[in-house]
Design a binder for this molecule. Structure first.
Ligand SMILES: [Zn+2]
Ligand SMILES: [Zn+2]
Length: 57
């Protein structure tokens, strides 16, 4: 049982991003919604889609 649909965690650092100014966007690879916290967005940390493994800036 996975609760991934309710959990919004930064794909880069894994923190909970609910209620924060996290960026949300669709994965170019699989259209899965990805969240990234403001800190990682600022640092342009690479993200990796947990679903399809797509990586991007
Ligand atoms: Zn982060
Ligand atoms: Zn993906």
């Amino acid at each position: 049982m996975s609760q991934q649909t309710n959990a919004r965690t930064c794909v880069s650092c894994g923190i909970n991003v609910v209620g924060t100014s996290a960026a949300s966007f669709d994965c170019p690879g699989c259209n899965n919604q990805i969240h990234r916290c403001a800190k990682c967005r600022k640092q342009s940390t690479l993200y990796e889609c947990p679903d399809c493994g797509f990586t991007g800036p």
